[in-house]
Design a protein around this ligand. Structure first.
Ligand code: MN
Length: 305
């Protein structure tokens, strides 16, 4: 079987070297996330700082909560909506609504004030909310770069599938099964949403200089030639190699997963809440700059209707 991004027959398959189960945590104004890292045992997966699965949760009218105005400096937040509507705005003047399947790649860089809320419709009428937010670290030379937004609606996200159709991928970053990302990243990043049916068996290249992980958020899959089973809510950190092999758990059971990979920065990480820098002094500077208003504020005008 061949695909447009066929894996060379000499590829070294990455095996799962650590499997952790996500814990539940309250974030923002109190919404619950599943968080495989950071935890005590897994502080980060360089260059990734955090992985949060928001929901799925079914809100009643008046119940939905989000993360009102808060600062960021020194990294990127990437939000991927699976269900519901997320309204984001920030002090750099960006504003947008993410609906199911949409991605927003936000580079906080030198500093912004950010607001992430369920849409007015979800707040008023309730509804299902489900999505992901990951934090990607920036190298020292880009920590104070200018804030940037990249918003990609689901229709613009490239997709691919295996010849037998049992493995399908949406490519947010990187390349798989002939689909190449439309998003520009500051450092090499792979971010893919895979759906595997029972009996699916796919191998996709991930460059040897990347650190890679798989997070399963539905069903169960097998990772590597060894076929380590990874179930809903579990994250597998992958070992060295230049390809990832993913299979459904068996002939009838498949799963859904995020495949994340990136070139480790290998730099010191100093983090305090929404600030991620290289040194403690830079953290103190970030807190001071936020408290003195140097990250700006979100300007809101009265809404019509
Ligand atoms: Mn934020």
């Amino acid at each position: 079987m061949s695909t447009p991004t066929a894996t060379p027959p000499t590829a070294t398959i990455r095996e799962a070297r650590l499997v952790v189960t996500a814990h539940r945590q309250r974030e923002g104004a109190g919404f619950v996330v599943r968080r495989p890292f950071p935890t005590q045992g897994l502080a980060l997966v360089d260059p990734f700082l955090l992985l949060d699965e928001m929901g799925p949760v079914d809100y009643a009218p008046g119940e939905a909560i989000g993360a009102p105005d808060h600062p960021h400096r020194g990294f990127e937040t990437i939000t991927y909506a699976l269900a519901g509507e997320f309204e984001h705005e920030d002090s750099a003047g960006h504003r947008g609504v993410l609906r199911a399947g949409d991605v927003q790649w936000m580079t906080a860089g030198g500093g912004i004030v950010h607001s992430e809320m369920p849409s007015r419709a979800i707040q008023d009428h309730g509804g299902r909310v489900h999505g992901f937010q990951i934090w990607v670290n920036l190298p020292a030379r880009l920590k104070l770069t200018r804030p940037r937004y990249q918003e990609v609606p689901s229709a613009r996200l490239p997709t691919g599938q295996t010849d037998d159709g049992r493995a399908r991928v949406t490519v947010i970053a990187g390349e798989a099964l002939g689909a190449r990302a439309v998003i520009d990243t500051h450092t090499p990043i792979v971010y893919q949403d895979w759906t595997l049916d029972g009996g699916a068996d796919v191998t996709t290249p991930i460059a040897g200089d990347h650190q890679a992980l798989v997070y399963v958020f539905g069903g169960a899959v097998r990772v590597g030639d060894a076929g380590r089973e990874v179930r809903d809510g579990q994250l597998a950190l992958l070992g060295p190699g230049d390809a990832v092999r993913l299979r459904g758990a068996d002939d009838t059971t498949g799963g859904r997963l995020l495949l994340l990979a990136g070139v480790p920065l290998g730099e010191p990480v100093a983090r305090y809440g929404p600030f991620v820098m290289n040194t403690e002094q830079e953290l103190r500077d970030a807190i001071r700059d936020y408290q003195t208003g140097r990250m700006g504020e979100i300007t809101r005008t009265a809404e019509v209707g």
